[in-house]
Design a protein around this ligand. Structure first.
Ligand SMILES: [Zn+2]
Length: 181
């Protein structure tokens, strides 16, 4: 049994192309995961049984003025793949913890500070402000570690390609949505 990571997400649809989709071309960067939209404070659960392999800050206003502080947690599943749950306002597990599928691991944070988005901000950020989206689970899937890189920041890769160990999570999430329907 696998659990949909945000039980109260607006929908179980995953962006398949365009904004929020995997590898979305954002000009100077590519999106490294998929976005699951939900209200700030929505519960986030672990999809599978696993062990917490990393937990840290994900975005800070010091890095980009249009960001609020959010955190991420990475959980290695029994299969060896690693789920990285990002843009959380809080994380309730720590590195080394064993977690069960369905266990609460944190809550969706608000990542975008609309007051600090202006014409100097990246275009995709300006578009998110126009659409009113400011809170979501940013989800990444890895074949293996590491889950933090050079040329990577806040859910985007700034190199021309994506890291070899980063997987497209679309099929994985679609199958979970189907079984949790
Ligand atoms: Zn994202």
């Amino acid at each position: 049994m696998k659990y949909w990571p945000v039980p109260d997400s607006y929908s179980k649809n995953i962006p398949l192309n365009g904004p929020g989709s995997f590898a979305e071309d954002r000009g100077d960067r590519h999106h490294s995961g998929v976005d699951i939209y939900a209200s700030k404070g929505s519960v986030v659960v672990s999809i599978e049984d696993g062990i917490v392999v990393a937990e840290d800050i994900f975005t800070t206003p010091g890095k980009n003025p249009y960001w609020f502080m959010t955190r991420f947690v990475a959980i290695k599943n029994g299969s060896g793949q690693i789920c990285k749950y990002c843009e959380l306002e809080d994380v309730s597990v720590k590195r080394g913890d064993k977690v069960k599928g369905g266990q609460v691991i944190g809550h969706v944070g608000s990542v975008l500070d609309f007051n600090n988005i202006d014409q100097g901000s990246p275009l995709y950020i300006q578009k998110m402000k126009e659409s009113g989206v400011k809170s979501m689970l940013h989800f990444e899937l890895y074949a293996k570690g590491p889950v933090v890189f050079e040329n990577y920041c806040g859910g985007n890769c700034f190199s021309s390609g994506l890291p070899d160990n980063l997987l497209d999570p679309t099929e994985y999430l679609l199958s979970i949505a189907k079984s949790n329907a």
